[in-house]
Design a protein around this ligand. Structure first.
Ligand code: GAR
Length: 189
């Protein structure tokens, strides 16, 4: 079977990108391969991860450049892995295929415009919830508003800080959920 071609869009450290690359090596992802990595931040460490793994990678701040590269690579699935820019309606329409995103909370809690990265965990602790987690969802024009694909819960500890919680949500939920979702979507279609 022909593997689905995946483009991963990042903005920062790229630990989710690394989890995807590792899942390919381990055979957790069998039906897809990362063909392209794009960052909207020039110095994102995730670009170094792509380089180390021999994956074509670019820094683009402009959606048209991103789309050109995605079309040139015949990408089937776009994965937002810590990509902190909201994609335009035009981009979503013009790509036309599935775009999925990982968000570090149980949507619909602690999500939407302006709620990303460490802020999500600050808000969860401030509210006092006892359970949080991560969500993989399809991307539409509403920030964090597309159909939910998968969720995983993570318990909050009394002595958690935003940083300890962020790390545990990544380890226990994000790095498991996102590679699995990519495999599930890829083997389906
Ligand atoms: C991850 O926790 C990801 O879920 C979050 O940013 C972090 C990126 O880390 N994304 C969002 O908050 C999107 N709304 P990474 O660059 O190490 O993968």
């Amino acid at each position: 079977m022909l593997k689905k071609k995946v483009a991963v869009l990042i903005s920062g450290g790229g630990t989710n990108l690394q989890a995807i690359i590792d899942a390919e090596v381990k055979g957790i992802i069998k039906s897809a391969e990362v063909d392209l990595v794009i960052s909207n931040k020039e110095h994102a460490f995730g670009l170094k991860r792509a380089e180390k793994s021999g994956i074509e990678h670019y820094y683009f701040n402009d959606e048209n450049h991103m789309l050109d590269a995605i079309k040139k690579h015949n990408i089937d699935i776009v994965v937002l892995a810590g990509f902190l820019k909201i994609l335009s309606k035009d981009f979503i329409k013009s790509f036309g295929g599935p775009i999925i995103n990982i968000h570090p909370s149980l949507i619909p809690s602690f999500c939407g415009k302006g709620c990303y990265g460490i802020k999500v965990h600050q808000e969860a602790l401030k509210y006092g919830v006892k359970v949080t987690g991560a969500t993989v969802h399809y991307v539409n024009e509403i920030p964090d508003g597309g159909e939910i694909i998968a969720q995983k819960a993570v318990y909050i500890k009394d002595d958690d800080t935003p940083e300890t919680l962020q790390k545990r949500v990544m380890e226990e939920a994000e790095w498991v959920l996102l590679p699995q979702a990519i495999e599930d979507i890829s083997k389906e279609g």
